[in-house]
Structure formats: C-alpha cells, structure tokens
Design a protein around this ligand. Structure first.
Ligand SMILES: O=C(O)CCC(=O)C(=O)O
Length: 349
C-alpha cells in the first residue's frame, strides 16, 4: 500500500499530536554499511541553519516549533514547558543542569545495575550520570515481539515514518514524513532501497502500550514513545532537557553520550526550549569543521534487548540501530533528579 500523502500547507500547519516527535527529540539515519564506518553514500550533515529539502508531492512535512531561541520567560513555549515540569523557568533549569554537570566525574563507560527500586533508582540518578538498568525490561511482553508478530498483529496500525535525509534536517523547521500502515512500513524497509532507511521515530503507538510495564521511577512522565526501524536508522546528536528512561525491546542500539556542559564544544542550537541539537557526528567526526568537538567527552555504549538506559536531562546522545530494532522511551515531566529538588527552581503557583 503506498504511503498516505499530504503536502505541507503554506503556513500554520502542525502535525497531529500522535506523531509530533519534533516536540522532543531529534532524529536519524543510517545505512546497510558496517555500523562503525562512515557511509559515503549519505550526504554530510548540514550546518545550521539547514536549507529546506525539496518538496516532493508524496511527502508530508512536519512543522517544528523551533525557529527562535527561547531564553526569555515571555516565550509561551518555554513558559508552558516550565509549568508542565513545575519549574520556575526552562532557562534556569537548563543553566542549573549545565552547572551541576561541571562537577561530574569523567565517565569512561556506562555502568549497568540490576533492577533498582524507585528509591535506589532516584538516588543513583541524582548522581547525574547515565546508567543501564538490567533485569526489568526483559520481563515485558514487548520483548517477545518479533518483526513477523508486528506484521501479523499490528500491521493495520497507522504509523508515520521519517524519510529522506532526516539526519540532515533533524533540527530544521520542517522535515519529510510519510504516513502508512505498519505493514507497509515493514515492507518498505525490508526492500532496503534507501541508503538511509525510513524511521518510525518518537511515535506514540497505543496498541503497544499494554506490552510495557513501566517502573515508577519518576513522579510524572510523558507518554511512551516508540522507535522502530531496521539497522542503520540514526538519531543525530541532541539533548532533551528531561530525564529519560529508554527501553530496548528488540535488537541492539549503539549510543554516544556527552555531558550537558560539553555543549560548549558541540556547536549546539536550540530547536525548542527542551531540545537542543548538534551538527557534530561522533561516528564520522569532522574536526576541521568542528574543531572544539575534540574536547567533548563522548562515551559509547550498546543497549541490548531487555535493557533500559537512563539518560539524565541535558546529556547529549546520538543513537544508531545496529540491527532491526524496537525501543520505547518516556521522558519525565519534572525537575531533573540531578538537581536534587533545588528549591530555587521549584515553581509555586
Ligand atoms: O532511539 C532513537 O533513535 C533515539 C532515542 C532518543 O533520542 C531519546 O530517547 O531521547
């Protein structure tokens, strides 16, 4: 079945909430190559500001609420984001995250810990470093899902896939998306015709929610967001200013992480108040173009099926699927745990 298509209206269009992944994270691309090597077939990642892609008739463009930095408290997006999280301001929260990160010890590898309870998780998370939780997600029914099962049981579920150069346009004001059924998406990526495989990223898929048993690590969380695609999908380097638990259900992903204050080496730009992106590619570093990036402390880890990665708010991350992969994450909607309940950041209204 061909993808459902729409053209981007001239102004004012917003993607439906179900798939508005641009509210949060960034996104992706890859290839059939060996995962650790740059792929000459892919275009180089573009510097900011990005140019708009051509507008093929079969493409939906998802408009990102991104254009102006929101350092001002009067920015309605930042104001709303602050209210939702119960913090005085997003700018103050970001500054605090960067400030506490300066005291973090260097991280040479991402450690693993076995199924902490809520109190143990929160105590560990308050240290401000990423870690991997084992022994929890592997009990979820979602971990028993296979590609064939997705097709047979959920094939009619509508999905929205990032298409085209979704790495190069990850932080652009709009990017190309195709609507289709999950079955059509699986067929599309099985054909393997694209150097950068289309990616169902950051999508709410209600039909799969019942197969996840989320721990109560955060007092308030956003909805589960699913990430489905073949080997080679990539989410380029970015940070979300919310604590994140990222569960790997099927397949394996490689993730590069860098601490929040190393944004000063990563040529970052604000995409929206709680999402900053970087054009630097840790997998294919261009130090001529981004010389400061040599100083960024990037650590690499691999997340396997049944594992959950905790990504503290403000940590930069780039994600590549090394195999066919299904992941799901949730962002906290609260003061990040590394800020230890800082009363100066707590909102009182
Ligand atoms: O899995 C991915 O491709 C990206 C996930 C991500 O960026 C996130 O959970 O914040």
């Amino acid at each position: 079945m061909p993808p459902a298509t729409r053209r981007r209206p001239a102004t004012g269009w917003r993607a439906p909430a179900r798939s508005a992944w641009w509210r949060r994270s960034s996104c992706t691309a890859a290839s059939s190559r060996s995962a650790s090597q740059p792929d000459a077939r892919l275009p180089p990642r573009r510097a900011f500001p990005y140019d708009a892609d051509p507008d093929p008739a079969s493409t939906t463009y998802e408009t990102a609420p991104v254009t102006q930095p929101s350092t001002s408290c009067s920015d309605p997006r930042a104001h709303k984001a602050a209210r939702v999280r119960g913090v005085t301001s997003i700018a103050a929260m970001r500054a605090a995250i960067r400030a506490v990160a300066r005291d973090l010890p260097p991280l040479s590898a991402v450690p693993r810990t076995t199924m902490p309870g809520r109190a143990a998780f929160q105590a560990r998370a308050a240290e401000g470093l990423p870690f991997i939780v084992t022994g929890l997600v592997d009990r979820w029914p979602l971990c028993t899902v296979t590609r064939d099962m997705l097709r047979a049981r959920f094939g009619d579920v509508p999905v929205r896939a990032r298409v085209g150069d979704y790495i190069g346009t990850a932080f652009a004001p709009d990017r190309a998306m195709h609507d289709m059924t999950l079955r059509a998406y699986l067929d599309l990526v099985a054909a393997g015709t694209e150097a950068l495989p289309p990616y169902v990223g950051n999508l709410e898929i209600g039909a799969l929610n019942g197969m996840c048993h989320w721990p109560g690590y955060f007092s308030k969380m956003g909805p589960p967001r699913f990430w489905l695609g073949p080997a080679g999908t990539v989410t380029p380097l970015h940070c979300d200013y919310d604590d994140n638990i990222f569960a790997q259900a099927l397949g394996t992903k490689r993730i590069f992480l860098a601490p929040p204050h190393h944004d000063e080496f990563l040529y970052t730009r604000e995409a929206n108040p709680v999402l900053h992106g970087s054009p630097f590619d840790p997998e294919n570093p261009d130090y001529d173009r981004y010389p400061l990036a040599r100083r960024a402390a990037l650590v690499e880890c691999t997340v396997s099926p049944g594992e959950m990665l905790y990504v503290p708010a403000g940590w930069y991350h780039q994600v590549r699927a090394l195999t066919f992969s299904l992941s799901v994450n949730r962002w906290a909607r609260a003061l990040p745990l590394a800020l230890k309940g800082d009363p100066a950041l707590r909102r009182h209204d």
